[in-house]
Ligand binder design. Sequence first.
Ligand SMILES: C[S@@+](CC[C@H](N)C(=O)[O-])C[C@H]1O[C@@H](n2cnc3c(N)ncnc32)[C@H](O)[C@@H]1O
Length: 319
Amino acid sequence: MRSFRDFMEEKVREYYSSPREKFSSFGDFFTAPELDRAFGEAIADFLYYRLKDFDTPVILELGAGRGLMARDILNYYREKDAELFSQITYLIYELSPYLREKQRLLLSEFKNVGWVEEFPEMEGVILSNEFFDTLPVHVVKEDKELYLSEGGEEVWLSLDDERVRGFIRKMGYEGLKQRVEVCLDCIEILRRIAHSLVRGYHLVIDYGYTSEELSKFPEGTVVGYKKHRLRDDIYAQDMDISAQVNFSALMEYGKDFGLKTVLYDTQRNFLASIPHFLTQLETLSYEESPESIERLSRLKTMLISMGDRFKVLFQSKGL
Ligand SMILES: C[S@@+](CC[C@H](N)C(=O)[O-])C[C@H]1O[C@@H](n2cnc3c(N)ncnc32)[C@H](O)[C@@H]1O
């Protein structure tokens, strides 16, 4: 018997470590950095003046996939401000050896990129796109937690984990009659982020909800994706499993760890507030080449179909 949390951790590790193509139209899903370089560039633009406040800024990206966002952010700074570019160190924290190798190949032209196992003491920005949703969750309903038997059957056992109970109490979820997902790994990563940032920012982009929206998900938010299709047989082979991010928890625990929420909004509003993104949209809308038309439609996807589902949380520490 093992908890759903342990099952999900193992599935995610296996999934991202296997060499099968996961990203792009041949894979299982698209992420915003995979859609168009405008996404990484917009983030670079958003962070530009903030990074210039530090003498030797560090950018630490968590779960970097194929490394496209890192490439687009670095290219943006190299073109815009050679001095800032020369001061930046870009670090990646990545679980999958297979993806680390892909990132190494893609980013080989940049001499200021490195990979870390631990979060260093740093000034700068820690950022991630679609990372927190891959961290494993405890699935709880009233006083029971979901386990899986050796044969793969769902079994509900009495909820004994005091850390999970503490989360439910802190978030005010006691007495709820629905499924609640408790991502203690998210809280642990957040604690490490806060500990590592001497001064700086934390930027999370992911799909998720706040406590007020919890009742929209009476059966929880865990899903599997394969070949761009949402699947409910999450126990099947080689499946990407994820759970939506509880942003209220990141904000609430963030406070305890010294992380102040500066901004929480939809991806649509976030992108629409960034000058570089708006300029790109406008420029592309005047161009007539097939490539520009295609790019324009990808930027619209980031704003429209992904725009409300994805949320952006921006926190600061020591500033
Ligand atoms: C959905 S992909 C997103 C990739 C990329 N950020 C993007 O937007 O295209 C999740 C990424 O997080 C990594 N990852 C998942 N769990 C992790 C963990 N516990 N520690 C470090 N990286 C992890 C995966 O290997 C993968 O690179």
